[in-house]
Write a protein that binds this ligand. Structure first.
Ligand SMILES: [Zn+2]
Length: 109
């Protein structure tokens, strides 16, 4: 079986999509089923904190966003320095890319 034949066979499972889309769209949809690692993007923000005793201070806060490797859409976030990931999405809600959280992503700098 050639790669082309394997591909055609797999696409038959998506028959209803082929009827409304192109073969190219079918291939694209299949590629998004291959999980990809999200991209780590560090952000630094200035946050003003007010305390109960009336004084306040400006502190620098660091965090990181995990973004879709396809389209850059937010798929999760990480607190620094605790390296805690949260709000993790299994799929990009914009383009449908499957996100791979299985690898050790905690220690990326
Ligand atoms: Zn995306």
């Amino acid at each position: 079986m050639t790669n082309r034949e394997v591909y055609e066979r797999d696409c038959e499972e998506l028959e209803q999509y082929r009827n409304i889309g192109t073969v190219e769209e079918c291939r694209e949809a299949r590629e998004k089923q291959n999980p990809k690692k999200p991209i780590w993007k560090q952000e630094i923000g200035i946050v003003h904190k007010d305390y109960a005793d009336g004084h306040g201070e400006t502190v620098e806060e660091k965090w990181a966003d995990w973004v879709c490797p396809n389209c850059g859409w937010f798929v999760g976030e990480q607190y620094i320095p605790r390296r805690h990931n949260q709000r993790k999405s299994n799929y990009c809600s914009r383009c449908g890319q499957k996100i791979n959280w299985n690898e050790n992503l905690e220690g990326i700098e």
